[in-house]
Design a protein around this ligand. Sequence first.
Ligand code: ADP
Length: 496
Amino acid sequence: MQVCGVGILPEIIKFLFSKDLGINFGEYKGEFEELRLAANIHRCKKGAAALLLLNIVLLIIDLVVYKPMREETPAYLYLYYSHLVIVVLILLWFTFVKGIYKYNNRVKNAWCHVMYNSTIYWCAFMAINALNISGQITAYTICTLTIAAYIYLTPSEGFFTIITSMIVIIVLLVQYISDTSKLYSHIINIGAVVFFSIIISNLNYSSFAKDFINKKDILRSRKELEEKNEKLREYERLRTDFLANISHELRTPLNVIYSAQQMLDTTLKTYQSSNGKTDKYLKMMKQNSYRLIRLINNLIDITKIDSANFEVKLRNSDIIKIVEDITMSVADYIENKGITLVFDTEIEEKIIACDGDIVERIVLNLLSNAVKFTDRGGYIYVNIYVEADNICIVVKDTGIGIPDKMKKLIFDRFIQVDKSISRRREGSGIGLSLVKSLLEVHGGTISAESVIGQGSTFKITLPDRQLEKKETDMENSNSASGSIEMISIEFSDIYD
Ligand code: ADP
């Protein structure tokens, strides 16, 4: 175990006498020196201005109050001269400091040293003079401590400046004081001042240096972070472009295959040559074409949403009719799966601003999931009602349900509860995340409630608001909703 005092002593010695206080400037050494000198010149200017003002006042006092004393006591005469000298010195210093910036660091540093060393030695002289008048040497004390706290001196500069000024004053004291006990007591006092001055000077310098290094570190990490962010943004742009390109590339040949298959279908029907087998293969081809089209369409849409290129065509439309029509258009399909579909609405008509095609896709998506995850004999309920400032559409099923820990995750992209290859239901994990994004661009929301083994309830909300447009702009309520094509595409994940 280390005794505390023994451990601290080397630390104090290191802090008092080490060359660089253990501060590592690395590549910033030159920049730090530049900054330190600029700060010192600035501080010297302010200090010199204050000193000049003070000495002008003191000179006036010398001229008005101490005039009679000057003739009797030489110390008052020296006081007068010392005030005069420092005023002249500071004026000279100010005259030349303007041009100092064009010189190198050494000259700048030397120029600052002229200022604070001349102040210290001037104070040393004042201290001895004050000793002759009042027996005090306080001026020196205050000056050394002030400079130590005010100017950023490197540890070696501080050590040298403070120690040499102490030696000067001790030499002067020895000249003037014959009483050895008084001399020792002054030397002890000066020793204490020197000790604290060095500590304060080092603390001042190290806090300035650490501040500088911290700022540099922060700037460097910010720069690195910005560079990384820029790279990530670039990757994201590349990814989005790639996704958009590849999706288009996939869709074009797929459309050709799909059209060819339809032509084949018609041709075979015309020649009445189809039999059970060709029908089966054609159906397989068709459904898988639909699946690919759905996947690619979804990929294109999420890419568009990600890059804020997705277009929503809002129109004042009867939301009840849109939801009812699209639900009814899949009623037979659902009933054929042995599932009972129940549609219920609290209101007959509700006009809101929405994109009918998007609402249809959202409802079809939820219905296709409900069918996919509900076994024969189950129920699917579609319900619409008004709640506060929203229209709520609820799609509820009595299917397999969703585990608690997955309820929030299913709205994230590519998330599926059952990811195993052996799973019974097909899917890409894009549907719900796309539904969520489509609702967001509409100002709507989606949430899920579910109990495993009992079923799931998906609730979507759409804001109850209208576009300020004429009645004629309202979407034609009789327009055909949910084309066979669109339904086939949205339900293509479900196999017989
Ligand atoms: P997928 O194309 O896989 O159906 P979705 O994003 O539509 O992708 O759904 C994500 C996952 O959420 C599904 O794989 C399924 O595990 C779960 N899920 C969605 N709807 C239901 C539902 N009605 N009942 C049970 N699980 C569901």
